[in-house]
Design a protein around this ligand. Structure first.
Ligand SMILES: NC(=O)c1ccc[n+]([C@@H]2O[C@H](COP(=O)([O-])OP(=O)(O)OC[C@H]3O[C@@H](n4cnc5c(N)ncnc54)[C@H](O)[C@@H]3O)[C@@H](O)[C@H]2O)c1
Length: 425
């Protein structure tokens, strides 16, 4: 084994089983792997990654290595590492740093291990790797061809770096691929968030009132699946159009201060801070459950809640109980997975099919960056880029093929009709 820092290498055999199961459902990404194996596009390059260390990420890592890359991988969340997968990757020669339940101190130490390998390409989920390099290792910037970002929150941060003139290498916003945010955020987060909540506390959705904060791609998916399981859904929003969309989709829409009084389960997916605060908890029903599926653990104001209720009591591995009010028989509320993204902290994240699409985006974005690498005006600007539409379309085609589905092609007269303006009724 190399310099990896993982929980237990003896878990490698189970990790390998899980990676191979994931590969069965990631046919599109395996097709990209075959292409990279021929082209050796990453030969001699180092790729540094901060992603959830899951079996699907392992399939991406194997794909990049098949293209000739050497890979360093740290987790992008202290609770999301699958220790068996980390062990299997370490055994295969990947430099892996992370274990489930690592401290915040270790989290940053592991991120530094990736940075200090001097990567030529970076892959981030939440922008921590890019931020660490720009803040503390500016001397490495010249050796970096570009980066890729997986999630909405990371892209918001990158755009603010770009606006401030602080971003020093090109980054592809993989999240903005249609095949990412319209699939992963919507179907993936929709399903896996409910999965995480059920595994954490065996919640019954039917007949319950579920409050979803944020009606973006993730919130829409969570609301759709909760309703599908028989819940009444209330949406809270700060954006007029999204609020309107939630109404037209048949959900109730109201302020959090009102929703707090009637909800039984609360799910935040806003990418924002302090969306559920102590003042909301004060008016919640006894037994209310709070979960977050947004990227960072700041959507539920745990600090404010702990100030009001004390430290709380761990009642299950991913479920903490807080007493609201000092006297015996006080109302209880429950917080899942310490307010960290519940689908990865209490379950396994998105199903492999969904991650196949997202990671085709990551793999092809790396290829795009290498193909367009160059100095000065010849290369890509140090800004946030979207992948060309044809690459996104190629990913859809790969996935349809992997699913054994064929679609029609435009005939010549249809192409002519759609391109013209003369024909009327
Ligand atoms: N759990 C996962 O696996 C997973 C997957 C993808 C994305 N994410 C993360 O989920 C979060 C949401 O992603 P998205 O793609 O849906 O983003 P989005 O920008 O499409 O949607 C976020 C929505 O939240 C709303 N919002 C912001 N502040 C709010 C507040 N105080 N109260 C109510 N609504 C508010 C916004 O108006 C917006 O409509 C991000 O942090 C993203 O990184 C998580």
């Amino acid at each position: 084994m190399n310099d990896s820092k993982i929980k237990d290498i003896s878990l490698a055999a189970q990790g390998l089983e899980n990676i191979e199961l994931a590969e069965r459902d990631m046919g599109a990404l395996l097709e990209v792997r075959r292409k990279f194996a021929k082209s050796q596009i990453f030969k001699g390059l180092k790729i540094g990654m901060a992603l959830h260390v899951t079996k699907e990420t392992a399939v991406l890592v194997r794909t990049l290595r098949a293209g000739g890359a050497e890979v360093w991988l740290a987790s992008c969340n202290p609770l999301s590492t699958q220790d068996d997968v980390a062990a299997a990757l370490a055994k295969e020669g990947v430099h892996v740093y992370g274990h489930k339940g690592e401290s915040e101190k270790d989290y940053y130490k592991f991120l530094k291990c990736v940075v200090e390998a001097k990567p030529n390409l970076t892959i981030d989920d939440g922008c921590d790797l890019v931020a660490e390099i720009h803040k503390n290792y500016p001397e490495l910037l010249k050796g970096i061809i570009g980066g890729c970002e997986e999630t909405t929150t990371g892209i918001i941060r990158l755009k603010s770096m770009e606006k401030a003139g602080a971003l020093k290498y090109p980054v592809v916003a993989v999240n903005d691929n249609k095949t990412k945010h319209l699939m992963d955020n919507y179907y993936g987060t929709g399903q896996s968030t409910l999965d995480g909540i059920m595994r954490a506390c065996n919640f019954m959705f039917a007949g319950k009132t579920v409050v979803v904060a944020g009606y973006g791609s993730c919130g829409k998916g969570v609301a759709m699946r909760a309703r599908g399981m028989g819940a009444r859904v209330i949406v809270t929003e700060v954006d007029n159009f999204r609020g309107l969309q939630a109404m037209m989709d048949g959900h109730m829409v109201m302020k959090m201060s009102e929703a707090a009084k009637v909800g039984e389960l609360f799910v935040t997916v806003t990418g924002d801070v302090n969306v559920i605060r102590a003042e909301h908890v004060k008016v919640m029903k006894d037994g209310a459950i709070l979960a977050n599926s947004g990227h960072f653990n700041c959507e539920i104001d745990l600090e404010g809640i702990e100030k009001m209720c004390g430290k709380g009591r761990q009642v299950r591995p991913a479920m903490k109980e807080y007493s609201v009010g000092a006297k015996a028989g006080a109302k209880k509320i429950f917080v899942l997975a310490d307010g960290r993204l519940v689908n990865l902290a209490a379950a396994e994240g998105h199903p492999s099919e969904v991650m196949s699409l997202s990671f085709c985006g990551q793999a092809l974005a790396c290829e795009f960056l290498v193909k367009n690498a160059g100095k000065g005006s010849k290369g890509l600007a140090a800004t946030v880029h979207t992948l060309p539409e044809e690459i996104d379309d190629y990913i859809s085609a790969l996935q349809l093929k992997a699913m054994g589905v064929e679609i029609d092609k435009l005939t010549e007269d249809q192409k002519k009709y759609l391109a013209g303006w003369e024909s009327g009724t």
